[in-house]
Design a protein around this ligand. Structure first.
Ligand code: OGA
Ligand code: FE2
Length: 561
């Protein structure tokens, strides 16, 4: 009861805090969908404005035409015209009132409604941070999934059917320039070059655009220069000067690059080709700098697994992986209708439950979570506090027990199928990953060398993880285990389960895992972190520190016998 009250209080304080700060969009698609409807309403409002402006212009036109023919006739014989008293009266009336009315009409602002609509809506629009976030996500996807700029620009991504309306997914030269500029502002000259080259290619192919080719060339020459490619920098600068002979910076750079190149040639002549080597070295150094930024081979492993070229299990190990009907040792709820369980990996033992959450339940869980989705946080290992981090890009919400019968039903199901006490578990977390949304390699359990992140819960460490997949993902978004090379693809309606701790209570470091960036689609998951307390008589006891025996195994044997 007390725990619930604390949760509710936490939730209210979060609501208050989040109401003030900007709740970013780019981290989840769940809330981005609302923006599409907002945009649709704005288009309707814009069209109303256009009609109003058109009818106003039509009135003005009619007036002009009427007056055009009238003044033409009147000026042919002014005296004769004004000799008619009605004409004289009408001239007075026109000049005294009608031109005034026309002035008011011309001055009338038809845009008021539209503009006020726009002003109101814009308060809830994505901001600079969202745009940069979405752009960086694209760059991240490009690296992780080794995509070339042309494929991204034409929207031709794996898992995407271009049969429909390809232009909807494609990028203009201006979009490419924008992406390049964002990479530039991050001093990421490697991606700047790639995207500026793509912009230039599209312009060269004759794409109609407002983009100034000289501007693209300016970025290009600088980014290749930064990567140590003097000849290319010179080439782009020359091309720039062909378009704009008076370009000040380009003229300066031309001289500088020519000078540098001449110096290099001289050195080459002197040292018999060593110059080129050093140029090459320069190039390699910049390239390796980017590699250095990624620093870890683990990052490479993570990306490889995400691309699906992970490690293959030996046939011998593979032969020991099974699918079975599972009733958790004749649990009364599953005796008549056992569930489908499949081994996904042996060490650590990862099992997948099929058809374990219905579409209706998923829809309800999403509906409950959607208004409460907030940028996911992580524990700062130094301070133990919760913060946002670039390596965890998603939004999440917590569903509290008893808030809806579906939540209770799900909690009960996890308890029944794992045999573990669920009362000491954390609330049900619902997460939604947007474009490029990911969670880089991590452990779910708390390590000995960090402040105890779960201390205040008083329920011990995270003994096990239960993860529901609540959507399919068209491309990307797998859960990968970087230490052992396992990759688990999201499949709507299934769930995976693994132990994070050995029976001794020691952390199992082979459970290190990550959520790959979503390439195409929308990823919804929901997880339950089960804690140590309460499992004392549930999980088989063991004094062996490195006991790797899977807790599911005894039940498996029961089935095989
Ligand atoms: C997590 C996690 C994996 C996934 O939230 O801790 O590892 O695939 N998620 O979303
Ligand atoms: Fe995790």
């Amino acid at each position: 009861m007390e725990r619930r009250a604390v949760c509710v209080l936490l939730w209210i304080s979060c609501l208050l805090r989040c109401g003030v700060s900007h709740n970013d969009f780019f981290t989840s698609i769940g809330q981005m969908t609302d923006l599409l409807f907002t945009e649709k309403d704005l288009v309707t409002s814009l069209k109303d404005y256009i009609s109003a402006e058109e009818s106003k212009l039509e009135q003005v036109k009619q007036w002009a035409e009427k007056l055009d023919s009238l003044t033409l006739t009147a000026t042919k014989d002014p005296e004769g015209f004004l000799g008619h008293p009605v004409n004289a009266f009408k001239l007075m009336k026109r000049l005294n009132t009608e031109w005034g009315d026309l002035e008011n009409l011309v001055l009338k602002d038809m845009s008021e409604r539209f503009i006020s609509n726009l002003t109101i809506q814009r308060q809830h629009f994505p901001n600079e941070e969202d745009q940069t976030g979405a752009a960086k996500a694209l760059l991240r996807l490009q690296d992780t999934y080794q995509l070339d700029t042309h494929s991204i620009s034409t929207g031709n991504l794996p898992g995407v059917d271009l049969g429909g309306l390809p232009f909807m997914n494609s990028m203009t030269a201006e979009d490419c320039l924008e992406l390049g500029k964002i990479a530039y502002s991050e001093s990421d000259y490697y991606h700047t070059e790639l995207w500026m080259v793509q912009a230039l290619r599209q312009l060269d192919e004759g794409e109609e655009s407002e983009v100034d080719t000289a501007n693209v060339l300016d970025y290009l020459s600088y980014s290749v220069y930064q990567q140590g490619e003097l000849e290319k920098a010179l080439e782009y600068t020359r091309r720039l000067l062909q378009l704009d002979a008076g370009h000040q910076r380009a003229n300066g750079n031309l001289k500088y690059f020519e000078f540098q190149l001449a110096k290099r040639m001289e050195a080459q002549a002197d040292e018999g080709g060593k110059g080129k080597d050093s140029a090459e070295r320069g190039k390699r150094e910049t390239k390796s700098k980017t590699v250095e930024n990624d620093f870890l081979p683990e990052k490479r492993k993570y990306e490889r697994l995400c691309r699906g070229d992970g490690l293959k299990m030996t046939p011998r190990r593979q032969s020991r992986m099974f699918c079975r009907y599972f009733d958790n040792n004749r649990h009364p709820r599953y005796l008549i209708g056992p569930v489908k369980q499949e081994d996904e990996w042996d060490r650590p033992n990862i099992v997948r439950f099929h058809d374990i959450i219905s579409d209706g339940e998923i829809a309800k869980v999403k509906q409950l979570a959607k208004p409460r989705l907030r940028r996911a946080t992580v524990h700062n290992p130094e301070t133990g506090e919760l913060t946002t981090a670039h390596y965890r890009v998603s939004k999440s919400a917590w569903l509290i027990e008893h808030e809806h019968p579906v939540v209770d039903r799900i909690n009960q199901r996890i308890e029944d199928l794992t045999g573990l006490e669920i009362g000491t578990a954390e609330d049900l977390q619902v997460a939604n990953y947007g474009v490029g949304g990911q969670y880089e390699p991590h452990y779910d359990f708390g390590r000995k060398d960090e402040p105890d992140a779960f201390e205040e819960l008083g329920t011990g460490n995270r003994i096990a993880t239960w993860l529901f997949y609540m959507s399919d993902v068209a491309a990307g978004g797998a859960t990968v285990f970087t230490e052992v090379g396992a990759a688990v693809r999201p499949m709507k309606g299934t769930a995976v389960f693994w132990y994070n701790l050995f029976p001794s209570g020691e952390g199992d470091y082979s459970t290190r895992h990550a959520a790959c960036p979503v390439l195409v689609g929308n990823k919804w998951v929901s997880n339950k972190w089960i804690h140590e307390r309460g499992q004392e008589f549930r999980r088989r006891c063991s004094l062996q520190e490195m006991d790797r025996q899977s807790p599911v195994l005894p039940h498996l044997l029961h089935h095989l016998l």
